[in-house]
Design a protein around this ligand. Sequence first.
Ligand code: WQD
Length: 346
Amino acid sequence: MDKTILVSGGAGFIGSHVTVELIEAGYGVVVADNMSNCDMTCFEGVKKITGRDDIPFVKMDFCDAAAVDRLFSDYRIDAVIHFAAYKAVGESVAQPVKYYKNNLSSFLNVLESASAHGGCNVLFSSSATVYGEPDTLPVTETSPRQPATSPYGNTKQICEDILRDTVKATAGSEGEIKGIALRYFNPIGAHPSGLIGELPRGVPNNLVPFITQTAIGKRECLSIFGNDYPTPDGTCQRDYIDIVDLAKAHVCAVSRMLDGDMEEDYEIFNIGTGRPVSVLELVNAFEKVNGLKLNYRFAPRREGDVTAIWADPAEANKKMGWKAERTVEETLAAAWAWEKHIAGQE
Ligand code: WQD
């Protein structure tokens, strides 16, 4: 189909899964990453899964405006999927300048160059964090955004706004930008090949890597943060979305942009399953599907956690023809296979 997609941050967890799906759908891909939060493990895995040794890879920092511009000169880019960003909520509270500087300037550079090089389709990797603690569940794309509780969350809101405003300002011009923001719920799991997955540095903040690291013995015990929430079993509820399902949503969104199927020049889609799962349910499902017992204890609530959030994915289902397919059990089996793969046990 002869279309080239630039994947910024393409060597990371989500970027590597998206790269696989794009290639399998027949797209040309350029992967660019500064490798600040990953190594080459996943990119090497992408090459193995796709059987392609020739995927263009550029090591570069998206905060470097000249480097970004060079990329647009060197390749004819039909769409950009922008992942390159810092993503640790706690660190963003401690180091807001680092987060605002990196996450905003990298995106501004992409938009500036994309527009200067004749316009482009831009897919922004956003987050359900923009909804904060929702008043009604499930959340739809028109549910109000809440003031961000961390600089990380705020950069997601600001980048959404930057994209919306840029789309509006460039409409009909030579440097026209069309945009889609995908609001991810909680991406988990790994590729069924066991060759790519999440590689958290240090102690994981997110639940599933903490579970798999506890199961393999890297961590002693999982702390379940809070069992006195107003939910059926007292633990928080989230919408855990399989990473391969999530990656496929990007292919649908890119096709929608490239095939001229957008109804508006700037669109937003929730990417979730529509199914709430509590922390305890997730732990139980992990134990059951993988046939093991996890060492866990209840601990105090974690500051900043919302009680419950899950998506209404109807818009993405209807307009993009995308639907989450894998069960939480399949996803947790893949997460466990990946943990064993990186531990060198399989
Ligand atoms: C899920 C649930 C915890 C760890 C965050 C970001 C969001 C997005 C995804 C990322 C919560 C509980 C966790 C642990 C636990 N961005 N938990 N013990 O907080 O929903 O979302 O990650 O790039 O913006 O905020 O995900 O996986 O951290 O937590 O009990 O050791 O698991 O309290 O209820 P969260 P999470």
